[in-house]
Design a protein around this ligand. Sequence first.
Ligand code: DC
Length: 223
Amino acid sequence: MKLNIAIDGPSAAGKSTIAKRLAALLGYVHLDTGAMYRCIAYKALCRHLSLTDEAALCALIDQTEIELTPQGEVFLDGEKMDQRIRTDEVSMATSRISALKGVREKLVARQKKMAENKGVIMDGRDIGTVVLPQAELKIFLTASAEARACRRYRENEEKGMASDYEQLVKDIAQRDAQDMQRTVSPLRQAADAVLVDSSNLSIDEVVDLIRAMAEKKQKEAKS
Ligand code: DC
């Protein structure tokens, strides 16, 4: 029997990478909810909409089609998205629009629908608390700001991009504060979520740990 799995946690904790690998191993579908907020922010920027105009942003969502494929592709109004939704400008705009109640309500409603048939691993900030409060397995994946900055630093290095480690630590701490202090659906661990601190774990170790938990839950659900 398939379950729904919620993975929440701060930015750069490795949620997407881990969710993607787990989905492949378990035969589940990975849904990256951050990509949905990013698509709306990107479209709003393209249309020069005010990022605080909640009514206009809600109307925009109603006219927008977002598709997340099992292969991990993101289609915005039929067009395949790539790094365009991952730029610093879009990240910043996403952080702003995702704090708006109306925007969240509309995207959360879509996310709930996407998980109706189970077998979904959804990652975000409010999955275990708001989107899928009935998820059979909830993980709160975190790591110290230093460990996350270190990973980003290495990723940038691999891409040939220079970065300042101290600045990365500061940026991550600032984003954590924004995500945790916003009034609507702030990032927090659901009471029944399992805390996984990946500061001293490899990706494979985290995947193995969560996979074992999911398989145990699947067996329990069968019996
Ligand atoms: O996971 P990510 O970095 O792609 O998320 C981008 C932004 O969207 C980030 O500012 C947090 C926000 N977000 C959210 O508020 N709720 C979600 N379920 C997913 C992302």
